[in-house]
Ligand binder design. Structure first.
Ligand code: SAM
Length: 214
């Protein structure tokens, strides 16, 4: 999957995507990640990307011209990509939506807002507006990482045999995974539930199902 992220802060993505599963996904060619610096599309000699809002108010707003130029650039690399705008006003992100994005067999172009947000006219150029929760972050970079991570780990072959995405929390849209334990059997007086130690698989499955529903 090709994922292109449009941001004013490309450096924020370096650590996350050069570690663990996201690094593995790139190494095995399941993820082709491109970070696009919005500043490169800024206007004039100062490469301006923001301006004061019409009507007054605090802070700055990302200008429409650099945003559209960056989206056009990304579209040229991947014509069928879905364009996603990160915004607290978007549709609430869920595991179901992550699965939808993973299944659609198209790349993603993710726009990270900053400051007070973006010129509303950018919404005409996007396929989806997504929020990762009812709270406000400083920028769209963390939300973009949330989308990329949750989608990439659903691409067949990325998790390998280590975990099965189908059995994880929310994979059926409602239940969460059962609690997990590992050694030691007892820690500071807290014991691992007896049923998990017994090796009776039918009982273990029953216990897990019950605790998953709880
Ligand atoms: N003034 C905006 C408001 O009140 O809705 C908040 C702007 S926020 C400081 C800057 C950018 O961070 C947003 O444009 C968006 O791209 C991103 N952002 C912040 N919180 C988000 C959330 N919960 N979900 C998705 N994106 C978010």
């Amino acid at each position: 999957m090709k994922i292109q992220i449009i941001t004013l802060f490309p450096g924020m993505f370096e650590g996350y995507f050069s570690s663990s599963m996201m690094l593995k996904a790139q190494k095995i060619k399941k993820l082709d990640l491109k970070i696009i610096n919005l500043r490169d599309f800024g206007l004039g000699s100062h490469k301006t990307v923001d301006d004061i809002p019409y009507g007054g108010g605090d802070g700055m707003v990302l200008k429409i011209e650099p945003l559209v130029a960056a989206v056009d650039f990304a579209k040229k690399q991947d014509k069928s990509a879905q364009v996603i705008l990160m915004t607290p006003r978007g549709k609430m992100y869920t595991q179901k939506l992550a699965q939808e994005l993973a299944d659609q067999n198209a790349g993603l172009i993710i726009i990270c807002g900053r400051y007070e947000g973006y010129d509303e006219r950018i919404t005409k150029y996007v396929n989806r507006q997504i929020s990762i929760g009812n709270y406000v972050l400083t920028g769209g970079e963390l939300p973009a990482m949330v989308i990329a991570d949750s989608v990439v780990r659903l691409i067949p072959g990325v998790l390998g045999g280590e975990t099965s995405a189908e059995k994880e929390s929310f994979s059926d849209g409602k239940t969460v995974e059962h609690p997990q334990y590992t050694r030691p059997e007892e820690f500071q007086g807290m014991k691992v539930p007896e049923v998990l130690l017994g090796g009776n698989h039918a009982q273990i499955t029953k216990w897990r199902e019950e605790h998953s529903k709880r």
